[in-house]
Design a protein. Structure first.
Length: 390
């Protein structure tokens, strides 16, 4: 049942737009009492009559005491200042009174978020208090190596059918492709975390995520032009620190450049997966990237070089690749036309065809290099460099 805070008989009643059972109350105090009577309630819709400041105080208190309960604020008009303050206080969405369809959709999205928050709270009670999942950054020094496809399928392999909780983060902020590759609607993205910067909590982080498969959620890249430039690297670090307490693995898809955001992800990572293909430009860039990682004092223990399209008949064998980049190859993924087919269908090949050679290669890499490996101790040089960047 949804609690709708709007005086009976007052103009602008939108209770008919809220799907399911609705309990109408006259004011915010009555809404609070109604929540106390029903511990399972997870949605409050605040109508246009309530004062904005009182509604935001109500939401901020609710966020601390009942984090699974969502608040949707209905206003006659929405301005940027109100929207910013509302999101900062914990309001899930703000909709206009003249759009009942948007209100209905917002209610459905809020209920979905509440379900994930409740699941996370239950999982948090079961996990040890010092739970720290592993952060895995997937990086390629050259575009076109199949990095996004690998990151998606690596996350799918690590989830092991829901056995592990995985979060896939699309950190290619300007040109992220994860949403389109798995065909999910980017309703919430990392840019929605901006109003919460500096005071993010698990409830706020959970509200940003898009559920994809059991045990696998996604934090999507922005879709609005210009949003990428608004996201500070500090916010990325704040998000990753939270997500690792919520998930067993956080897999990060990155752009093909050492930006400040990518280095923040590298700093937070327990493992770096460096992807390349057997062609001269990709290998040249990988060699430079490996030198850069050494220069920045990232320990080699947390590094894996993965060769994609390893069976391509292009005149370079895996042994040649190791000789060129001066590093051992930790895994090989063969070529297959089924990979672009799976992308066009929006289903990772690890999910679509688990017995496929590509699926088996990625799953084997995940088991041997990530699932069965303890978190290595980082070097003192790394710790000093990471501290200096903060």
């Amino acid at each position: 049942m949804t609690i709708y805070c709007h005086p009976a008989g007052a103009p602008g009643d939108l209770s008919g737009s809220i799907r399911g059972q609705v309990r109408t109350v006259g004011d915010l105090d009555a809404a609070w009492r109604a929540l106390g009577e029903d511990p399972s309630e997870d949605l409050v819709v605040v109508g246009t009559v309530a004062e904005p400041a009182a509604a935001l105080r109500f939401t901020a208190r609710l966020r601390l005491e009942r984090p699974a309960v969502g608040v949707i604020l209905v206003r006659e008009q929405i301005d940027v200042a109100l929207l910013t303050e509302a999101l900062r206080s914990g309001v899930r969405e703000v909709v206009t009174a003249d759009d009942p369809a948007a209100l209905a959709d917002a209610c459905e999205r809020s209920r979905s978020v509440s379900g994930r928050v409740r699941a996370e709270l239950r999982a948090g009670e079961e996990r040890p208090k010092e739970h720290h999942g592993k952060v895995v950054t997937v990086f390629a020094a050259k575009g076109g190596c199949g990095k996004t496809t690998l990151a998606i399928n690596l996350a799918a392999a690590l989830s092991a059918g829901g056995t592990h909780r995985i979060c896939l983060v699309d950190l290619d902020l300007a040109f992220g492709d994860v949403a389109i590759c798995v065909q999910v609607e980017p309703v919430r993205t990392i840019s929605d975390a901006l109003p919460m910067a500096g005071h993010l909590d698990t409830t706020g982080a959970a509200s940003l995520l898009t559920p994809y498969r059991p045990g696998l959620d996604i934090l999507l890249a922005p879709v609005t032009p210009g949003d990428a430039e608004r996201i500070p690297a500090a916010l990325v670090g704040e998000l990753l620190a939270l997500l690792r307490t919520m998930y067993d693995f956080v897999v990060i898809d990155t752009p093909a450049q050492f930006s400040e955001h990518v280095l923040t992800a590298m700093d937070a990572s327990d493992h770096h997966v460096l992807l390349t293909t057997p062609d001269t430009p990709a290998l040249k860039n990988l060699r430079i990237a490996l030198d850069m990682l050494d220069l920045l004092s990232y320990t080699r223990e947390i590094r894996s070089v993965l060769l994609n399209r390893s069976d391509s008949k292009v005149g370079l064998s895996p042994t040649d690749v190791e000789h060129v980049v001066h590093s051992a190859i930790s895994g090989q993924v063969p070529s297959s036309r089924n990979v672009p087919v799976s992308i066009n269908r929006g289903t990772p090949i690890v999910f679509a065809t688990p017995t496929h050679p590509v699926s088996q290669a990625i799953t084997r890499f995940a088991r041997e290099r990530l699932l069965n490996q303890p978190v290595p101790t980082r070097s003192k040089a790394f710790a000093r460099r990471a501290e200096g960047r903060r």
